[in-house]
Design a protein around this ligand. Structure first.
Ligand SMILES: NC(=O)c1ccc[n+]([C@@H]2O[C@H](COP(=O)([O-])OP(=O)(O)OC[C@H]3O[C@@H](n4cnc5c(N)ncnc54)[C@H](OP(=O)(O)O)[C@@H]3O)[C@@H](O)[C@H]2O)c1
Length: 471
């Protein structure tokens, strides 16, 4: 058990949404099946559809059967369902919250975790209604867990934050960046600080470039409406890729406040490498009938403007303008509908006359650490060849089985009031400031949007850049 016998209300706004079915419910099932939830842990699943309890349970079943990590089991599923109550209400109508008030009154002074798995335009509405209706007054501890996106620019993020601060204090706001729940993201700091041989290498005398890459095979799927207003830079770079870069280069610290300040320092010093338009490549996928007739172009996706100028791929050549990293090229790349699904970090060391060594940290879906070394070719020749020293963590079945999914780790942390896996306002605000500046730059310099066929590695210019950067 996590906390003994206390009552926790996990109030889930958006309980009939995609995120709930695919990620949150399976993660909660896993926590239940591992006996991490207290007896008094209740899930109030809020939706506006007219479902009976049984109808809602019937919807949850196939999602659990398909997505739970710990194995689907009928008895465990029944126990899990006994924690869930479907509550039909409109979350934008304050009078509808009376049903929650009555429920909370049955167990006053309990832990209230409000999870907002809803469109960001509702974050402030729900926060305000929770307070106005009297729900929050019945809580012992209250937490507001918020999905991305947190704003669309620095000013809208600040506006949202100021509104939320009227109802919750900073310590009660848990901003999700699900990358922080990923096993190998957690591992980045351990790899750095637990391997003293790496410490002296972490500078621009020895590191030439760092590539942080998050490629997806899928297109926008059903999320065209959201994505078309965001694009790759706001959707992926501002949060996930900045998290990775800052964890890679920050001064490690075991103190949470210090860690946040150190991570923030890295983000604040991110800038385009040459301050030239050549630092940015923007792309958008188009149909690729050579591979498959069903591979639509981005503009033909559902809910996407047929004249859309939104980027679905970006490659940014940047630097962290701080000693001892100033001359390291930090390449940030992310794209949809590329040839493969892969999130990884590649650290390219300087050649100094030999073939450059590489340290590769694979984050997802494969997890592992790889080191590219040079050795003499076996046999009589004195030629040198490059080989890979490999540790594939996810290749081991037990590792896969024992590794919590990102959402499972994040939910467990939130339930335990552990804020270390959530993004503080400081970091959200500095990330948006940097991204706003880059987006202004892109606009002023009229960086072109290049087309790339679906299922390829982005615009061809990307390969040219990679070759240039690796020289
Ligand atoms: N899906 C993902 O993979 C993903 C990933 C990262 C972040 N996110 C973020 O997570 C949030 C939710 O995403 P999603 O994909 O789950 O969205 P979604 O599928 O559109 O679900 C939205 C939910 O809100 C409910 N809702 C809307 N208006 C309501 C109202 N007035 N009263 C009561 N319920 C109402 C919907 O109920 P109905 O069923 O009745 O419409 C539905 O349950 C968004 O902020 C998104 O950006 C999602």
């Amino acid at each position: 058990m996590m906390n003994g016998n206390k009552t926790t209300f996990f109030t889930l706004f958006g309980a009939t949404g995609d995120l709930t079915y695919r990620k949150l419910i399976p993660a909660l099932y896993n926590l239940h099946s591992l006996d991490y939830l207290d007896k008094g842990f209740k899930i109030l699943a809020i939706g506006r559809r007219n479902y009976t309890q049984q109808e809602y349970y019937d919807i949850l079943r196939p999602w659990c059967e398909k997505f739970v990590r710990t194995g689907f089991n009928e008895r465990v599923f029944d126990g899990f369902l006994s924690r869930i109550e479907y509550v039909q209400m409109r979350f934008d109508e304050v009078e509808d919250y009376q049903v929650l008030v009555e429920r909370f009154k049955e167990c006053p002074k309990s832990q209230h975790l409000y999870y907002l798995a809803v469109a960001s335009s509702y974050f402030d509405v729900i926060a305000s209604n929770l307070v106005e209706s009297g729900c929050t007054a019945l809580a012992n501890t209250k937490q507001c867990v918020i999905e991305k996106p947190f704003g669309t620019s620095f000013s809208t993020a600040q506006e949202l934050n100021d509104t939320l601060l009227k109802f919750f204090c900073e310590e009660e706001i848990y901003r999700i960046d699900h990358y922080l729940g990923k096993e190998m993201i957690q591992n980045l700091l351990a790899i750095r600080s637990e391997n003293p041989i790496l410490t002296p290498l972490w500078n621009d005398q020895l590191i030439d470039s760092i590539v942080v890459r998050a490629l997806e095979e899928v297109g926008v799927e059903s999320r065209g409406q959201y994505y078309d207003h965001f694009g790759a830079i706001k959707d992926m770079v501002q949060n996930h890729l900045f998290q990775i870069v800052s964890l890679l280069l920050m001064k490690p610290s075991s103190n949470l406040d210090e860690r946040i300040a150190n991570q923030n320092e890295i983000i604040e010093h991110l800038e385009l490498y040459h301050q030239s338009e050549d630092d940015v490549i923007l792309g958008q996928y188009e149909a690729n009938q050579a591979v498959s007739d069903s591979l639509k172009g981005y503009k033909d996706e559902e809910h996407v403007d047929p004249n859309s100028k939104t980027e679905t791929f970006v490659s940014l050549r940047t630097r962290v303008n701080l000693e001892p990293y100033k001359n390291i090229k930090v390449i940030l790349q992310t794209g949809k509908r590329t040839h493969m699904r892969s999130t990884e970090v590649i650290i390219n060391f300087k050649g100094h006359g030999a073939l450059p060594n590489q340290l590769i940290i694979k984050i997802s879906p494969d997890e592992g650490v790889y080191l590219r070394m040079n050795i003499k070719k076996p046999g009589p020749s004195h030629d040198v060849e490059t080989v890979m020293m490999e540790y594939c963590q996810s290749c081991v079945y037990e590792n896969r089985l024992n590794t919590p999914e990102a959402y499972e780790r994040l939910l467990k942390a939130a339930i335990l009031l552990d804020r270390s896996l959530f993004t503080p306002w400081e970091m959200v605000s500095s990330s948006w400031r940097v991204v706003d500046e880059w987006l202004d730059f892109i606009k002023t310099h009229q960086v072109p949007l290049l087309m790339y066929p679906a299922k390829t590695y982005g615009p061809t210019k990307v390969m040219e850049h990679i070759n240039e950067d690796l020289q």
